[in-house]
Design a protein around this ligand. Structure first.
Ligand SMILES: NC(=O)c1ccc[n+]([C@@H]2O[C@H](COP(=O)([O-])OP(=O)(O)OC[C@H]3O[C@@H](n4cnc5c(N)ncnc54)[C@H](O)[C@@H]3O)[C@@H](O)[C@H]2O)c1
Length: 338
């Protein structure tokens, strides 16, 4: 990929998207970036603070053709992060997931095709494989999708649209990243929820027995993998990004309590998420063959995350004070204590 051409990054004001923008400015200095982001509850223009000269933020919706066509103008590549990203929310209301994750991807692909971009990368998820706890090996890119919740199903449908575009001549790649932690993640997700609860001295609410296992990636490792695939991936190909580890929710809670240090917080159990997938575990060999590997293990990834939340208390306190966050907390944790 030519590095000096303008890149369109959708969802670039969100958790992983904003980390990717900073990563990309380091890996391709002087290469202009335009971010298209609707600034939903999970997006925040402050995530791009200090990058004004290098990054243009366009506030707009990926499912709105006029917004997308205007944002695509003059761009030669697309990295598509924008999504509704929380499984719990998808279990209560699928509509925003259908609109942003599926329709938004369709609108973007059509605009990208018209603009003849040189590459379109969809940031997808290992959740499309569904629960692999009964399997004897890690998921390979050739395994069929078997999504177990509406969020994962919407991402699988977005992937299908990208694969169809590839079959019809577009240069595309898809990454299937593992669960990701790091700075600037909205505190509804399990790692920042547990970290901020521990910092506040509140209990850590674990779904069910806490035996569900995830392959935790540090956000910087996820972003270096996406960048590596964007630059060196084979057209039409899918790439798993994972750390070859499996950490249970109980272990995660314990690591977080250890990192936060002295706290009165305890682990408590709440009713499990319906259809909770017990294990995601990808084989990242294909991405590794491009020269990518994660630098963090789960403990160092979580320790780095805790350090950021300790330093940015104003940000997460403000997010937690919002009605949006509080409603979610009540519905999924407070009213479901075992
Ligand atoms: N967080 C994870 O563990 C993880 C793991 C693998 C893959 N992913 C994928 O990575 C991508 C980013 O995830 P994240 O955790 O950073 O999510 P996030 O919820 O933190 O950020 C999503 C961003 O998309 C924006 N957005 C939402 N709807 C939009 C719309 N209609 N138009 C334009 N912008 C819109 C939001 O404002 C926000 O900035 C998603 O596609 C997700 O499926 C996430």
């Amino acid at each position: 990929m030519a590095s000096k051409q303008r890149l369109l990054v959708t969802g670039g004001a969100g958790f992983i998207g904003s980390a990717f923008v900073r990563h990309r400015l380091r890996s391709h200095p002087g290469s202009p970036i335009r971010v298209l982001d609707a600034l939903t509850y999970a997006g925040d223009a402050r995530h791009l603070a200090g990058l004004d000269g290098e990054v243009e933020l366009v506030v707009g919706d990926v499912a709105e053709r006029s917004h997308v066509e205007a944002a695509m103008d003059g761009c030669s590549g697309v990295v598509h992060f924008a999504a509704e990203s929380h499984v719990d929310r998808s279990l209560r209301d699928k509509d925003p997931f259908e609109r942003t994750n599926v329709e938004g991807t369709s609108v973007l692909l059509q605009a990208a095709s018209k603009a003849e971009v040189s590459r379109f990368l969809l940031v997808s998820t290992d959740e499309v494989y569904g629960d692999v706890s009964g399997k004897t090996r890690k998921s390979l890119e050739t395994d069929p999708p078997h999504p177990g919740n509406p969020y994962a199903a919407s991402k699988a449908r977005a992937e299908a649209l990208v694969l169809e575009a590839a079959a019809n001549g577009m240069d595309t790649c898809i990454t299937r990243g593992a669960n990701t932690c790091g700075p600037r993640q909205y505190p509804e997700k399990v790692v920042p929820l547990f970290v901020t609860n521990a910092l506040l001295g509140l209990n850590l609410p674990v779904y069910g027995a806490g035996t569900a296992r995830r392959d935790w990636l540090h956000v910087d490792d996820h972003c270096s993998g996406i960048d590596r695939v964007f630059e060196h991936g084979k057209a039409g190909e899918v790439y798993n990004l994972g750390s070859r580890t499996a950490t249970s929710t109980m272990e995660l809670a314990q690591i977080i309590l250890n990192c936060v240090g002295k706290t009165n917080s305890e682990i408590v159990h709440v009713a499990d998420r319906p259809g909770h997938d017990l294990l995601y575990a990808v084989d990242p060999s294909r991405a590794e063959s491009l020269g990518w590997s994660p630098l963090h293990d789960p403990v160092s990834a979580i320790a780095d995350t805790v350090r950021w939340y300790v330093k940015h208390e104003d940000w997460w306190r403000q997010a937690r004070a919002s009605e949006h966050f509080q409603t979610h907390l009540r519905a999924w944790y407070i009213e479901r204590q075992a």
